[in-house]
Design a protein around this ligand. Structure first.
Ligand code: HMG
Ligand code: MG
Length: 298
């Protein structure tokens, strides 16, 4: 029972680039975002408003949002951990914001320097201000299938945090396998637990491909009724606070899979491949996408 259509949430310009060590100029980020929009990607997480000391690559996010040529049918979203970040995102007209919590206490401390409960408190004023401004808020839960510091994380703990974010007003909860340790069995079990508390149609999956399981995990998630998938062009990135974490699953690979399953995404595959090569050239490495490399070799 697969969905007819899947929404791709492109996180490459944010989750991808935040962990690339070569600095990418605001101009190059803008070119990437514009190429993705031309390829028909309708949701692009384009930057984050976090401390530049914590994530230097995102320091140019204001400039990126200010200069990108916007397509009216595309949502340009930003990650915001606190009110300072939210205000910065509003100052440059981000269409939507995302708050990010975790199902692991240790990861929450390392990533945003506070406990899970404290993070939820910090998100309250963002929700209130976003509500007032008519801005939608997406919620992330990290470490849904394991934590780099604590190991196993229970599905109930994930469900608990997801439900809190949802009740707080997030319109969608993205379930992040930050370190890519999941498998179809753990994915299915986690989605079962979370969807008992948050409607399935309000859930998204966010897989990093560290252990090479992301595509198969996406297939398991589709079978479990999920129809929103986060991915990063060229498989960019990782997470600066999860050692050894590799990039997100490559958008090219996900779209190839979905095309094969006859599931609509609205994305032009050839233009998508071009966008991936474009940013990869800037990073001086080939895309981390088997599909993209296979097409290139043809
Ligand atoms: P803190 O040190 O506790 O914050 O950091 P603070 O309020 O004490 O402020 C310290 C300094 O940061 C001050 O500057 C603030 O002005 C500044 P100073 O006086 O020292 O010069 N500051 C800010 N600057 C810019 N924008 C802001 C901001 N807030 C404070 N918004 C904080 C707390 C949350 C700020 C910090 O921990 C942080 O920036 N963390 C972000 C970490 C991050 O971006 N991680 C990656 C994204 S999450 C992820 O990748 C996972 C995900 O993909 C899902 C998955 O895969 O699991 C979403
Ligand atoms: Mg991530």
């Amino acid at each position: 029972n697969l969905p007819n259509r899947v929404k791709i949430v492109e996180v490459g310009p944010r989750d991808g680039l935040q962990n690339e060590s070569i600095p990418v100029s605001a101009r190059d980020k803008v070119t990437l975002i514009e190429k993705l929009a031309q390829a028909g990607v309708s949701y692009i997480e384009s930057g984050s408003f976090v401390s530049p000391k914590w994530v230097p690559q995102m320091a140019t996010s204001s400039e990126v949002f200010q200069t990108v040529n916007r397509n009216a049918s595309v949502t340009y979203a930003a990650l915001t951990p606190n009110m300072k970040g939210f205000e910065a995102a509003m100052a440059v007209n981000a269409d939507e914001v995302a708050i990010f919590g975790a199902a692991s206490e240790s990861f929450s401390q390392k990533n945003i320097n506070c406990s899970i409960d404290e993070s939820l408190e910090r998100f309250q004023p963002i929700m209130a201000a976003a509500n007032k401004a008519g801005i939608k808020v997406r919620g992330y839960v990290s470490c849904v299938l394991g934590c780099p510091y604590e190991g196993d994380i229970s599905a109930e703990q994930v469900a608990d945090v997801a439900e809190k974010l949802f009740k707080m007003g997030c319109y969608e909860i993205s379930l992040g396998d930050t370190i890519g340790v999941g498998n179809p069995a753990s994915v299915t079990e986690m989605i079962r637990a979370v969807s008992a508390r948050v409607p399935r149609e309000k859930l998204a999956v966010h897989f990093h491909d560290t252990y090479g399981q992301a595509l198969t995990n996406i297939y398991a998630a589709l079978q479990a009724g999920i129809s929103v998938v986060d991915s990063a062009i060229a498989g960019l990135g990782g997470c600066p606070y999860a050692k050894g974490a590799s990039g997100n699953v490559a958008t090219e690979d996900v779209v190839y899979l979905l095309n094969g399953l006859n599931i609509e995404t609205g994305i032009d595959f050839d233009l998508l491949l071009e966008a991936g090569w474009l940013i990869s050239e800037k990073l001086k490495k080939p895309p981390v996408s088997k599909v993209s490399n296979a097409y290139f070799a043809k």
